[in-house]
Write a protein that binds this ligand. Structure first.
Ligand SMILES: NC(=O)c1ccc[n+]([C@@H]2O[C@H](COP(=O)([O-])OP(=O)(O)OC[C@H]3O[C@@H](n4cnc5c(N)ncnc54)[C@H](O)[C@@H]3O)[C@@H](O)[C@H]2O)c1
Length: 388
């Protein structure tokens, strides 16, 4: 099998997980990292045993040993890094959200399509075996017609006013925080599992913590512990939402509702999605991801435990361990990379049919368009169509 060279731009919280996942494939060489400057890049490269380190992304993009560029930088760098990588003819795997705005995301779709490169967005929850099971059951009519899709994505890492992240700064995150950061995952998953599109939204957005203590030094995501003395921080006004509740309508007439928030104590990475159909319902919870709840009307409810021998043969290869052996977030991420790199190594064109866990820039664009519609809707207190 031909080896594929990978380079990654931005190695903070999630970047090392990209590296970990592609290394598990066995035929991908992690060639280089690029980060903010030479010193940081070298440090990160050494920590991860990656040979080359670049102090800027342009230098990494010039490296001929790299065919696939992973972009795990803060959101404001998604567009420029992706666009420059596409211009160099590299395949691109970008973290979510694809861009700061729907317009930027659409431009990336167009640039990638024109260049004929393979493009992907890391909506990694798609890679979970029971998510694929749920998608397969819904697609084969196993719950009847979906009528109501609901759930939430709640975290607590921004609960205190001493919690801080670039995700709260519109010039780095976009004009949304909770929605872009985690609401985008929920929307992608709802559409992925149901096979439907969100067409209209009615949003109610809130900034629960309106002033925060911004540390004077940089912080990575999920870093805990606030600043020590009052000289370590400046008090800043927060302009983006940390909590959002959204009513949604789907293209088959189904209704839905979800909440995304990062200020909900005790919820660590609590993504829940339930699809109610005309005959049955299915519910998947990320924090309990080896179980799929099946709601029945006339017989007792069921819980399907992740077990390759019990899930459908069509999606069995998303599970790697026998029943009772827990699989988790990194395994789903691995499945995503397996689908993406399998596609690249088979020499497929971006227009060819994709394996299910593989989200493309088109999917990223849809999520950006939904978030933008929610923000508009909340501003105008009105149902708002999603402009794809
Ligand atoms: N798919 C997922 O489940 C998931 C999970 C977490 C984060 N993310 C996304 O991944 C991206 C990164 O998030 P994170 O939590 O890792 O952030 P982070 O702040 O922890 O890391 C960002 C990294 O980018 C580097 N960086 C900043 N400016 C740079 C520049 N000009 N050139 C090169 N590198 C630069 C930083 O030094 C840091 O190493 C975000 O878009 C986020 O939404 C996705």
């Amino acid at each position: 099998m031909q080896r594929i060279g990978m380079g990654i731009v931005g190695v903070g919280f999630v970047g090392p997980h990209h590296v970990d996942a592609v290394r598990r494939l066995g035929y991908v060489d992690v060639v280089a990292v690029a980060d903010m400057n030479d010193t940081i890049a070298r440090q990160k490269a050494d920590q991860l045993h990656i040979p080359k380190a670049y102090g800027n992304y342009e230098a990494l993009l010039d490296d001929p040993a790299i065919q696939v560029v992973h972009n795990a930088t803060p959101n404001y760098l998604h567009y420029p890094v992706n666009a420059a990588a596409i211009a160099k003819g590299k395949h691109v795997v970008c973290d979510k959200p694809l861009a700061m705005t729907a317009a930027e995301a659409k431009k990336l779709v167009d640039l990638a399509t024109k260049a004929g490169i393979v493009h992907a967005v890391t909506f990694g929850y798609r890679g979970n075996p029971l998510v694929q099971q749920a998608r397969h059951v819904v697609a084969s009519g196993g719950i009847g017609t979906p009528t109501f899709i609901h759930g939430h994505y709640l975290q607590d890492w921004l609960l205190k006013d001493t919690d801080y992240s670039w995700r709260l700064e519109p010039d780095k995150s976009g004009n949304s925080s909770a929605l872009g950061d985690i609401g985008s995952h929920w929307c992608d998953l709802a559409m992925h599992i149901s096979g439907l599109r969100i067409t209209h939204v009615l949003g109610d957005i809130t900034t629960v913590v309106p002033k925060r203590k911004k540390p004077k030094g940089a912080r990575e995501a999920f870093q805990t512990g606030g600043p020590g003395s009052k000289d370590d921080f400046e008090l800043v006004d927060i302009k983006v939402e940390d909590l959002a509740s959204v009513l949604v309508r789907f293209d088959n007439g189904a209704k839905g509702v979800f909440t995304a928030g990062q200020v909900c104590s005790g919820h660590k990475n609590d993504l829940v999605l339930e699809v109610c159909g005309s005959t049955k319902a299915l519910r998947w919870r990320q924090e309990d991801q080896n179980y799929l709840w099946i709601g029945n009307r006339d017989t007792p409810n069921q819980v399907l435990q992740k077990d390759p021998s019990l899930i459908d043969a069509n999606v069995r290869d998303y599970a790697h361990l026998p029943g009772g052996h827990q699989e988790g977030w990194p395994d789903a991420n691995f499945n995503l990379m397996r689908d993406i790199y399998g596609f690249i190594s088979a020499g497929k064109k971006a227009s060819d049919a994709h394996p299910p866990a593989f989200a493309t820039f088109e999917d990223g664009y849809r999520a950006n368009a939904i978030i933008e519609a929610v923000i508009d809707s909340a501003k105008n207190s009105a149902w708002t169509p999603v402009k794809y």
